[in-house]
Design a protein around this ligand. Structure first.
Ligand code: PEP
Ligand code: MG
Length: 324
């Protein structure tokens, strides 16, 4: 099977009846994009906190600019979505300790960078400079809970952009701007979001954690953390329906997209861009090529009416067996 997966890696992603899809990679270091093996339609999530985590102080604007440029240059004709710094929660910077009783409900992602515009602006300036050179960057904000946070983040982005244009004495376009949909509160604010951003990407890892109130890293409750939980699937389906209604571009970059069964359900919901760990590209393309869009939709309809992730998973295996 591994050999078959590898064969699929380089083929365009599509269902058996030819519906074209985009398969992108999640990355966090230049090395991820050097050794990933090809076959991706771009970078759906670049976790910028990773280059911050492996250093001993905040990286300079110049260092960040070089880092971002290196990634953008590797995908010259494809979109690269970079997420602004997402520290806090389980991601700590050794030189910026945050001690809290409930880190996942605390000062993380955009919450921290909005409180530290001096850190945020350096990153935005470095990103904009890299975009000016390569033009294939998209910027995405993590952990957005309130519309006001998004408005504030955009204000800082515009400020950085106008300062950059003045400093460099050059006019260049803003990159596309989007947010992660990973806090359940966002499920009820997509109409307002649609007026403010170019795209959203669902972070199903955190969305699952917050929707089910299950710590994504706690082994004691690991059996309760399941992205195939019917509540999660219904939430993901609702995001897709709302985005279509509000004409908002949507994609997904959580682990569910790396799971062939998850990918099939997502495609049935209307997700056409799936971003995943590079190691799973071949596997996911292989599974998608085995089923038609109608079969995906049939599997989804059944899954949405079942009562637990175990039952859903079993049913999906049965269906795959009968189609494959
Ligand atoms: C997510 O939350 O689903 C996600 C993609 O981001 P991270 O895993 O980095 O929190
Ligand atoms: Mg997340």
């Amino acid at each position: 099977l591994q050999v078959e997966f590898e064969k699929n890696r380089e083929l365009p992603a599509a269902t058996a009846d030819g519906s074209r899809l985009s398969v992108m990679i999640n990355a966090g270091l230049a090395a991820d994009t050097e050794h990933y093996g090809g076959g991706a339609d771009g970078v759906g999530l670049f976790r910028t906190e990773i280059p911050f985590m492996i250093r001993d102080k905040f990286p300079s604007e110049e260092f960040q600019f070089q880092t971002y440029c290196n990634i953008l240059k590797r995908f010259p004709d494809q979109p690269v979505t970079m997420r602004t710094l997402d520290v806090g929660g389980d991601k700590a910077l050794p030189y910026f300790p945050i001690r809290e009783e409930n880190p996942f409900l605390g000062w993380r992602g955009l919450r921290m960078t909005l409180d530290h515009p001096e850190i945020f602006l350096v990153q935005l300036r470095a990103m904009l400079k890299a975009h000016r050179k390569c033009r294939n960057l998209r910027i995405m904000f993590p952990m957005v809970t309130q519309i006001a946070e998004l408005a504030q983040a955009k204000k800082l982005l515009f400020k950085a952009h106008s300062e950059m244009q003045d400093e460099l004495n050059d006019h260049f376009p803003l990159p596309q701007v989007g947010i992660m949909v990973e806090v359940p509160a966002m499920l009820y604010q997509l109409r307002a979001v649609a007026d403010m951003v170019d795209f959203i990407s669902v972070g199903s890892n955190d969305l699952t954690q917050y929707l089910l109130a299950v710590d994504r890293n706690n082994p004691r409750v690991a059996n309760l953390y399941d992205e195939l939980n019917p509540a999660v699937l219904n939430a993901l389906n609702s995001v897709a329906q709302q985005c279509r209604q509000y004409k908002l571009e949507f994609s997904i970059c959580g682990e569910l997209a790396s799971d062939p069964l998850g990918a099939i359900l997502l495609v049935a919901m209307g997700y056409k861009v799936l971003s995943m760990n590079a190691a799973n590209i071949g596997r996911v393309k292989w599974a998608l090529a085995k089923v038609s869009m109608a079969q995906c939709q049939h599997m989804l309809q059944k899954a949405l009416n079942l009562s637990s992730s175990d039952i859903i998973r079993r049913q999906l295996y049965v269906d795959m067996d009968s189609y494959g």
